[in-house]
Design a protein around this ligand. Structure first.
Ligand SMILES: [Fe+2]
Ligand SMILES: [Fe+2]
Length: 120
């Protein structure tokens, strides 16, 4: 998949899932990645990103579980893989890692999260 990566890296309405709590959390994930990109040497920014990603995935998964959403298993696996990767990172981050995170988030929201629209 190749969705356009926003520049500057900020959430916009093309990312709307129409679940306000999820959209608010997604805005926070964009900001978390943006802050890591702004200061690649910041361990605090990286720790914050891991925390907001972890919290968001938990909340989103709880909504999918509650709705008995049919694609929850592969969706959770995608979350687990990304969370594992960013948990293993150490500051300073390199440009390739930042690009990976930017790309993953955009493609995950539009390619994977969007599949649950109207189903939760
Ligand atoms: Fe997700
Ligand atoms: Fe999400």
């Amino acid at each position: 998949m190749g969705y356009e990566i926003p520049e500057p890296y900020v959430w916009d309405e093309s990312f709307k899932t129409f679940y306000d709590n999820i959209d608010d959390e997604h805005k926070g994930l964009f900001k978390g990645v943006f802050d890591c990109a702004k200061d690649k040497s910041s361990a605090a920014a990286l720790a914050h990103l891991v925390q907001v990603v972890d919290t968001h995935f938990s909340n989103e998964e709880a909504m999918m579980d509650k709705a008995k959403y049919s694609e929850v298993v592969p969706h959770k696996a995608a979350h687990k893989d990304f969370l594992g990767k960013i948990r293993a990172l150490k500051a300073p981050l390199d440009d390739g890692t930042i690009d990976y995170a930017k790309d993953w988030l955009v493609n995950h929201i539009k390619g994977t999260d969007f599949k649950y629209k109207g189903k939760l």
